[in-house]
Design a protein around this ligand. Structure first.
Ligand SMILES: [Zn+2]
Length: 269
């Protein structure tokens, strides 16, 4: 074999390893996985946020794979008693409230008897929240994306496959608010969702993943029992981490291998 071939094989292995991080140690299956989704839809040509769009056939494969491999689906409210969460548990979570959650994800969850927690923004229409993180994300792409109507949310909840979590009133960037404003966003969201849809809202997701060390106390004061972040990973002590839980990001760009590796290690690459 020539040196060129050996070198080429080595480079290929390095590129593959960087992309898939297969070498990362597996996290024990007694530790639940909290998966983060946004949209389940086809990609839009040239769109910036296609990584937030998991294609419907890919989503169906993921749910079928979880089901066939013995993963148990649970709702985030069940984390109030972490000691009762069985091994091989997966929490599906959806952020924001995109209409495709009803049109695409909901029938698939029903088909496989899966469950999911929907972190719903109360005031979600005509709002360009992608600029809350970076001002230059002002293409309006996420604003134009259709959102769930209250009627659709009610139907999803009635099926028993879904529960609601809070994602603030306006998808606020908490870092830009004072404590009083933050509390109004966090608690107001819980109160409005409970008043509108009934049922307890016990889990919260920080918008655009931005939070600081004092926000967990505010979330607790507002009546929530858990909060999720956008930090990638799998927590081993759910109680200690209950107000800053890591999630496993599911990207619209992932293939089957990448999804399996994320389930194994919590991260990709
Ligand atoms: Zn969000």
């Amino acid at each position: 074999m020539s040196w060129a071939v050996v070198l080429l094989a080595l480079v290929a292995l390095l590129v593959f390893s960087k992309r898939y991080a297969w070498w990362r140690p597996a996290v024990g299956r007694e530790h639940p996985r909290i998966l983060m989704y946004h949209m389940v839809s086809e990609h839009q040509p040239g769109a910036k946020f296609n990584k937030l769009r998991v294609k419907p056939d890919v989503f169906e494969w993921q749910i079928r794979w979880l089901n066939e491999n013995g993963w148990h689906f649970a709702l985030m409210s069940e984390l109030a008693e972490p000691e009762k969460v069985p091994p091989k548990t997966v929490f599906l979570t959806f952020d924001d409230g995109f209409a495709d959650n009803y049109h695409q994800a909901h029938p698939i969850l029903q088909k496989y008897g899966a469950k999911a927690t929907l972190y719903l923004v109360v005031d979600r229409f005509e709002r360009d929240w992608s600029t809350a993180k970076k001002a230059h994300h002002n293409s309006g792409e996420l604003m134009r994306e259709p959102k769930l109507s209250d009627e659709q949310v009610a139907e999803m909840l009635a099926s028993g496959c879904w529960e609601l979590g809070g994602h603030t009133l306006t998808h606020a960037n908490l870092a830009r608010l004072d404590e009083k404003q933050k509390f109004a966003e966090i608690q107001g969201c819980r109160q409005q969702l409970e008043a509108r849809f009934g049922g307890a809202v016990t889990s919260c997701a920080y918008p655009v993943g931005i939070y600081d060390e004092t926000d967990g106390a505010l979330v607790e004061k507002a009546g929530f029992t858990s909060a999720v972040t956008t930090v990638e990973g799998i927590d081993k002590d759910l109680h200690a981490r209950r107000f800053e839980l890591c999630r496993v990001k599911v990207s619209g760009k992932d293939n089957r291998l990448a999804f399996r590796l994320r389930m194994r290690t919590g991260k990709r690459g």
